[in-house]
Design a protein around this ligand. Structure first.
Ligand code: NAP
Length: 294
């Protein structure tokens, strides 16, 4: 895909070796204190990339949630948007339906020179700029749910006023929760259709593999363990070998063997076409939702 500009990180070790260029010196403000905010905090604090005292977390109503983040990670918390004026980098991590309100509240309190990274699905960088009524660099990020266990896939896209400095900061933020690629903003709907919704496709694949194993006489727990490890191991092998998946598939397929029989059933059942349709429809839906929020 030519819209993909760069892929960062080939391995966990490489990710860990990459020097923190600037991140360690910034003050970070998180607007939103939910799942995504905590995944980012865990990635940053857990890896030592950013001292917890440099992170200020804000939400609107749930005080217990802020207390949890404070006691678990040592971050500072506030329900006052004015306190976020200290932040050199702001991360907008609220639900799409709450984004307009959060940006309106934030508007008078963004310091000059600050950058904003938005993880809000569907919200275009131009819409963020319009709602803030300020000229500042905005980077859009589309992470996915495995970010919560440090194995997310995140695509970044720079808005009109964002440059290499802001992209580098955003890369460092999300490298703590998985792998990072950079794309043009126009490609983010396709990213949503592929990796944003992708974990659910893989969960469906797992469900189907487990059920199929049980139908062939395996105990549920055994089928589950085998299915999980097969998906995990195949992904790891493809990652480590770096070869085209088609090549790896051919390598494990001998003529008249078992795998070729299984693959023929998948092709007859329209496996490829079904995945193509899934990514296509999810991409189209992301586009529709984006128009709704922007
Ligand atoms: N979770 C994921 O894996 C994932 C993956 C990709 C993209 N995203 C994107 O990340 C964003 C956040 O998702 P999430 O799963 O973290 O949602 P979440 O768990 O529901 O958290 C949303 C947070 O926003 C806070 N909030 C709402 N309005 C606010 C306001 N005006 N000012 C400050 N805080 C406010 C909420 O707290 P109060 O209600 O207490 O204020 C809550 O802490 C979404 O836009 C989603 O599209 C998430």
């Amino acid at each position: 895909m030519d819209a993909v500009r760069r892929m960062t990180g080939d391995s966990l070790e490489a990710r860990e070796r990459r020097p923190a260029v600037e991140l360690e010196t910034i003050r970070l403000g998180l607007v939103g204190a939910g799942e995504m905010a905590e995944a980012l905090i865990a990635g940053l604090v857990g890896s030592g990339r950013l001292e917890p005292g440099r992170i200020l977390v804000n939400n609107r109503s749930n005080r217990a949630r802020l207390e949890h983040l404070r006691s678990r990670w040592g971050v500072r918390t506030t329900q006052e948007k004015a306190a976020l004026a200290e932040a050199e980098v702001l991360v907008l991590a609220v639900k799409p339906a709450d984004a307009a309100e959060a940006l309106a509240q934030l508007r008078p309190h963004v310091r000059d020179g600050a950058a904003l990274v938005s993880v809000v699905a569907g919200l275009r960088t131009e819409a963020v700029l319009a709602r803030l009524g300020r000229d500042l660099p905005v980077v859009r990020a589309m992470p996915n749910t495995p970010s919560r266990v440090g194995e997310g896939a995140t695509a970044l896209a720079a808005g009109r006023l964002a440059g290499e400095r802001e992209l580098a900061l955003a890369r460092q933020l999300f490298a703590g929760v998985g792998r990072v690629v950079e794309v043009e903003e126009g490609a983010l709907d396709a990213v949503t259709g592929l990796s944003g919704s992708g974990p659910a496709y893989v969960f469906l694949l797992l469900e189907a593999l487990i059920d199929a194993g049980v139908k062939q006489g395996l105990e549920y727990a055994v089928a589950r363990e085998l299915a999980l490890q097969t998906v995990f191991g195949a992904a790891k092998m493809a990652r480590e070998r770096g070869e085209d998946p088609a090549r790896l598939r051919e390598e494990v397929t001998s003529p008249n063997g078992t795998t070729v029989a299984g693959l023929a059933a998948l092709e007859q059942g329209g496996f490829r076409q079904a995945l193509e349709a899934a990514v296509g429809r999810a991409t189209a839906r992301a586009r529709e939702l984006g128009l709704l929020y922007s």
